[in-house]
Design a binder for this molecule. Structure first.
Ligand code: WTA
Length: 667
């Protein structure tokens, strides 16, 4: 099958926010240039684009000079083994030294690195000097457990400083971390631990969420009992709740806190693996995205500087992501710390103990740069502008957005209510695979259009192509591709070279296929329209329809399942499942609730379907492929699209009548 044919069959499944976004794209005439004051103090201006166009590799060569290298590189990029890139070939560095020791050595040891705010209101102020001691202690502890260069360590922690410390300790030793979001289930954790063959797991007794202590260790106990590769489990005491204990377990406060705060770092090759981060693909099996050191850190630091206009020692930066996602990796840990940021880290939810918690934190620490997700912005907009209106947000000078397309209404609300109509907004497009921001305004140079991520950053080459890989004209839609390698690009999928080639490089030879649809507007600005594959985006989190389907059919009442992402006002998309029950199963609310819970057990609460609809048939093509497009029409209460390719066109009638009588709506 030719690349074009495959791409075409994928695009038939496109539906997402597309209709609304297309409407916005055609009618959006508002443009916001940066203010003269902002431009005057901005880190970079338009000239950066010219500089990168004139000599792209020379540009990246200079960007790598932001870091401290033990040994310089001999070649900027080696692309001879494409799609496996090597950046800054032969260079040697230590990522943790770059993020911590370097700043202490340069006399900034007393600068606060992290203002930690626990959900119950406890706080910690960690300076760079303190962070260095903590990272060294943790590195000594891990080394004592036998962790060294090339090993993997799984990290399953709440949003507490030990998460950052653990990641940096691994980096310091040349071991790769695999952070698993604390909301994932024991089963999801187990499959990630085993895939990466992690030998140590770092976790905590629990964390605080929504006003109470939520346990984490039981999930680790369950996962580890089935994973013989794990030798030791290091446990941070966060909540003080009861935990089960085995010989494999060690308390952080006993084992790490007693270590020496001195640790002599080794320097590693630029291509040393830094981390594996699992993300959903189009199959039921998550992909372990592999990132390495020199190129990744270069682009993370570069983008954090130019996109957020960050001023070390002056700004108070807050990225609200969880360290369990790539945004937390690149814009809580590596980019900001490489740039000597002072940042806020918050453990809990935005509405605990009240709906103004985030704005109270902004006021308390004088946050100047805020980076969050559209789903959060839409939630705050729903709660009303009066809530942020009670707090002093006048220090904020720049706002960022990531994770999904931001609709112009949310963009305008963010600008007006949070940014007081004075702050530039950077809508940043990127992926777990890209490692760092790729498409975004430069806040001191770009005139922004609400809803658009604008254009590729200096040094990055992004294009939009049609089914045949040809560049599309203005206002035509197509597939977003990256046409040139970039420093922070993934170096593969852990243990699956074929899947790496197939997923990203086979659609349009020589180009990276991002899986997103996109369009240029009349001014040449890029509008990212959403995924064109069977990956959903729920509150900015990627979840594959296949993963949820396979979780559903592993429930003993479910015979068949089809899952779609239906447009949702707050979360972008919501998971809607259509299931056929087994004959013995009872059609009842209890069965539905049980199946929802089962998905949470198999994957995690984030993957729990919002609605499960029991049906007798599923719409399939003659070749047996489920027609999700039609199910999306049902889930979104739209009139049905073309049903002529269905094996049995009457099925949709059956589904709709069935739903009218037996549908169960869930929270
Ligand atoms: C979507 C998150 C539109 C997109 C950093 C991408 C966006 C997927 C944007 C990656 C944006 C992310 N505008 N869509 N600014 N940012 N996306 O790997 O579909 O969790 O492919 O990385 O999120 O999600 P991931």
């Amino acid at each position: 099958m030719g690349a074009g044919v495959q791409a075409k069959s994928q695009v038939t499944t496109v539906r997402l926010v597309t209709e609304e976004t297309l409407e916005n794209l055609l009618t959006e005439t508002r443009h916001f240039p940066p203010s003269a004051e902002f431009v005057a103090q901005a880190n970079v201006g338009l000239e950066l684009y010219d500089e990168a166009i004139a000599d792209r590799l020379g540009f990246w060569d200079r960007q790598a000079g932001r870091l401290k290298w033990d040994k310089s590189w001999t070649e900027v990029l080696d692309w001879s083994d494409a799609p496996f890139a090597k950046w800054f070939v032969g260079g040697r560095l230590n990522v943790a030294v770059n993020c911590v020791d370097r700043h202490v050595d340069e006399g900034f040891g007393d600068q606060v690195a992290i203002y930690f705010e626990g959900e119950p209101g406890d706080t910690r102020e960690i300076t760079y000097a303190m962070l260095k001691d903590e990272v060294c202690r943790a590195a000594n502890a891990l080394a004592e457990l036998g962790v060294g260069k090339g090993d993997r360590v799984a990290i399953y922690l709440p949003m507490i400083p030990e998460a950052v410390i653990s990641m940096l300790a691994c980096a310091r030793l040349g071991a790769a971390h695999s952070v698993v979001f604390g909301g994932f289930s024991a089963e999801a954790l187990r499959s990630r631990i085993e895939d990466a063959q992690a030998k140590v797991v770092i976790t905590s007794d629990g964390g605080y969420r929504r006003g109470s202590a939520t346990a984490l260790k039981p999930a680790v106990d369950e996962a580890v009992s089935k994973s013989p590769c794990v030798e030791r489990v290091l446990v941070v005491r966060r909540t003080g709740q009861e935990v089960a204990w085995t010989d494999r377990d060690l308390w952080w406060h006993e084992f790490v806190d007693t270590q020496s705060p001195d640790h002599t770092p080794e320097f590693f090759d630029s291509e040393q693996q830094l981390f594996i981060l699992y993300t959903s693909g189009t199959t039921g099996q998550p992909k372990g995205i592999v990132h390495t050191s020199g190129g990744y850190l270069t682009q993370a630091a570069y983008t954090h500087d130019v996109v957020f206009d960050h001023k070390p020692g002056k700004d108070v930066y807050w990225c609200t992501a969880d360290v369990g996602w790539v945004t937390g990796h690149s814009y809580i840990v590596y980019g900001p710390l490489a740039n000597r940021a002072t940042q806020v880290m918050y453990e809990g939810t935005p509405d605990t103990p009240h709906k103004g918690r985030w704005w109270e934190i902004c006021e308390k620490y004088g946050v100047t740069i805020l980076y969050t997700a559209p789903t959060a912005i839409r939630t705050f907009a729903k709660w009303g502008h009066e809530i942020p209106g009670q707090f002093d947000l006048s220090k904020i000078r720049l706002l960022g957005s990531v994770g999904e397309p931001i609709n112009p209404a949310a963009w305008m609300w963010y600008r007006r209510v949070i940014g007081g109509d004075r702050c530039p907004i950077v809508d940043t497009w990127w992926q777990t695979e890209t490692g760092a921001i790729m498409i975004s305004p430069l806040p001191g140079a770009t005139t922004c259009t609400p809803g658009s991520a604008m254009s590729a950053l200096p040094g990055i080459v992004a294009n939009i192509v049609d089914d045949n890989g040809n560049y599309v004209h203005e206002t035509e839609g197509g597939y977003l591709v990256l046409s040139e390698p970039w420093p922070a690009m993934l170096r593969g999928i852990w243990g699956d070279e074929e899947r790496f080639r197939e997923t990203y490089w086979s659609q349009f030879p020589g180009k990276y296929f991002a899986g997103d649809g996109a369009k240029f507007d009349v001014n040449g600005a890029i509008w990212v329209l959403g995924r064109v594959d069977d990956v959903m985006n729920v509150s900015g989190h990627r979840i594959s329809t296949a993963e949820v389907e396979s979780a559903l059919v592993s429930h003993d009442a479910v015979a068949e399942a089809a899952v779609v992402g239906a447009t949702d006002e707050t979360t972008g998309q919501a998971i809607v499942a259509f299931v056929i029950l087994r004959e013995h199963a009872e059609v009842s609310d209890d069965t539905v609730e049980d199946a929802r819970k089962h998905v949470a057990t198999e994957i995690g609460a984030i993957a729990k379907p919002k609605r499960i609809l029991i049906v007798k048939e599923l719409p399939k093509t003659r070749s047996g492929k489920i027609m999700r497009r039609l199910l999306r029409d049902v889930a979104e209460n739209r009139s049905l699209g073309d049903v002529t390719t269905l094996a049995d066109p009457a099925v949709m009638g059956l589904i709709q009548t069935g739903l009218a009588s037996g549908a169960t709506d869930e929270d």
